[in-house]
Ligand binder design. Structure first.
Ligand code: NDP
Ligand code: HSE
Length: 436
């Protein structure tokens, strides 16, 4: 059979890794796909730059539209990232009847509904395994492996950069900025690393996971996102002392009032496997009614782990090239006509337990005032640590763990506690999950 001709948009970390894997494992990949996958054309901004990837037989262009408009190319691999020109390129490829593979979670989370609708109209496939959790085949696992289940919740460490930073801070006492610089140098971080450290990238991935787990449209606008920039070494140490690890966690859960979608730093009991997922590794825990909990673990970023997912999508596309579009795995796991419009919860209605760290004067009555405020809002304290004051200081750190409470009650209680004359500065609040 004739080789399948593909064009690659972007030759950075993931594009370079993809070309290397396709070349190194060409024989095995052909045996799996049933046809040779041949990269004919690749686009980058700077076509003169010397690159550490396999470019034999690949023509380079600085015009990515040349690739999506090339009649010879059957599959376009979008690895440029960002919204534009990625969105226009993908839509143009689809309009030209080409299949698309992308690692671009920002694009899928924000414009996926439009992109999939266009793809369904044209009868082409858009695959995006590499968009979530790097090399872990989590999309395939949820979309196909768990399709007999009603999924009630999932939770994941789905940003390699922030997990790398938190691990380096905890294990090596490294500074935040220094660890971030290394993540960037290793090619883990997004072009704009704010996406990583402010939870936006994890929010994109959670949007995709929730959609394929629950059969709902992609709704990034409904994801609550909070990043890791306010986590201090003190929080990491207090959490350890209390038997917890702090991880940036994405949680999607069906509740009686609607679906909650949230990304935030989270205290997780150390005994949970997921609490021990370190460095650039990612993990996703999925709860299905038939199977119970399942956990998926692997490298969440980096050239070849991500290329592994891109190439797997390519193999899937090549295998399904001649299949009837009606009988392919639906883009968002559920048939497009069966996507549900379940309500999505506002952040005020989330229910979690909390870790609170505050600084208060070391004098009688202060703890009673704080406890009264919490009790008035039905917030129960699970554990409390009050440190000894340092010599010459009259204030002490107080660390509290609470039981489950509504976010709006906690917000109101925090405002009241911060207004007490005996409490100084802001309260650092981190949500907790037992993941039981
Ligand atoms: P890079 O920044 O390393 O690479 C981007 C590539 O796109 C570069 O080769 C760049 O060219 C090229 N490019 C940018 N703009 C244009 C343009 N207008 N025309 C032609 N080429 C262009 O990004 P990554 O490889 O890290 O990421 C690619 C995608 O994969 C993103 O969507 C990212 O979110 C996603 N992803 C990344 C992972 C990772 O570990 N890095 C993991 C999972 C997903 P030039 O080289 O000349 O500048
Ligand atoms: N910047 C992303 C991360 C890349 O660190 O997880 C993988 O999606």
């Amino acid at each position: 059979m004739k080789p399948v001709k593909i064009g690659v948009l972007g030759l950075g970390t993931v594009g370079g890794g993809t070309l290397n894997v396709l070349s190194r494992n060409a024989e095995e990949i052909t045996r799996r796909a049933g046809r040779e996958i041949q990269v004919c054309l690749a686009a980058a901004r700077d076509v003169q730059r010397v690159r550490g990837c396999e470019l034999q037989g690949v023509r380079l262009t600085a015009d990515p539209f040349e690739i999506v408009n090339d009649p010879e190319i059957e599959v376009v691999v979008e690895l440029i990232g960002g919204y534009e020109p990625a969105k226009s390129l993908v839509l143009q490829a689809i309009a030209n009847g080409k299949h698309v593979v992308t690692a671009n979670k920002a694009l899928i989370a924000l414009h996926g509904n439009e992109i999939f609708a266009a793809a369904e109209k044209q009868g082409v496939m858009v695959q995006f395994e590499a968009a979530v959790a790097g090399g872990i085949p989590i999309i395939k696992a949820i979309r196909e492996g768990l399709s007999g289940n009603r999924i009630s919740w999932l939770a994941g460490i789905i940003n390699g950069t922030s997990n790398f930073i938190l691990t380096e801070m905890r294990d090596k006492g490294r500074d935040f900025a220094d660890a971030l610089a290394e993540a960037q140098q290793r090619g883990y971080a997004e072009a704009d690393p704010t996406f990583d450290i402010e939870g936006i990238d994890a929010g994109h991935k959670l949007t995709i996971l929730a959609s394929i787990a629950f059969g709902i449209p992609l709704r990034f606008d409904k994801v609550y996102t909070e990043g890791i920039t306010r986590i201090t070494r003190a929080d990491v140490e207090y959490a350890e002392a209390l038997g917890y690890r702090i991880k940036l966690l994405g949680v999607a859960r069906k509740t009686p009032g609607g679906v909650e979608l949230r990304v935030h730093p989270t205290l997780i009991p150390k005994r949970r496997l997921i609490a021990n997922v370190d460095g650039v590794m990612n993990a996703v825990l999925v709860y299905g009614d038939a199977v119970g909990p399942t956990l998926y673990y692997g490298a969440g970023a980096g050239a070849e782990p991500t290329a592994s997912a891109v190439v797997a999508d390519l193999v899937d596309v090549v295998r399904a090239l001649t299949s009837d579009p009606e009988n392919r795995v639906p883009h968002l796991a559920f048939q497009a006509s069966a996507i549900s419009q379940a309500p999505l919860l506002a952040a005020d209605e989330f229910k979690t337990a909390y870790y609170l760290r505050l600084t208060a004067e070391d004098k009688p009555g202060v703890l009673a005032d704080i406890s009264q405020i919490l009790a008035a809002r039905q917030i129960s304290i699970e554990a409390l640590i009050q440190k000894e004051p340092r010599p010459g200081e009259s204030s002490v750190p107080i660390i509290m763990l609470t039981q489950l409470t509504l976010e709006k009650e906690m917000n109101a209680a925090i405002a009241e506690i911060e207004a007490l004359a005996s409490v100084s500065g802001k309260i650092n609040r981190i949500r907790m999950e037992t993941l039981g």
